[in-house]
Design a protein around this ligand. Sequence first.
Ligand code: FE2
Length: 183
Amino acid sequence: MAILKLEDGTKLRELQDIAPELVSLNIQLNHWNVGDNPQIQRLLKQDSLNEDEKEQLLQALDNYFEQLQQTAGYQSRDLIVLHPGIPNLDGMLAKFDQIHTHADDEVRYIIDGEAIFGFVRPDGSQVELTVQPEEYINVPAGTEHWFYLTPAKRVKAVRYFISTEGWVPQYTGREIRDRQTVA
Ligand SMILES: [Fe+2]
């Protein structure tokens, strides 16, 4: 279950408590089941996946993609697999750990591991949301946010795109006030 950390250090762990804190950002946070297919569960436990294995996972979860295609015009999806064995993982992640926006929504379905999204709310306050397995998040276009991994540095996430150009980061130059891991 997701964890939301407020700037005063309060940690909220229930969706019913977290949702009101994200209302001003129009962020969608939903629970989506991965299912109990043993082959899928086996792939989720692996650190790394080859292209065939990624495609197996994506196809097993394509019912969610089809919904997004029909309701919101999504065009493509891929699977990002991050783990400590990836060379230059920190360098790759550095692109997203400063406050930025995108021209399109940032839409992720976490299926293994976890990741932290930080947000600047309209009142200027900053919050950090740890998103965990079987959680879907939609960060609306234009939302000031940042992204990093917990110390385990492990996540598998399906990314859904209307256009891949839309998610190039635009840095806003604002400072993150109090970064710390929520785990
Ligand atoms: Fe982003």
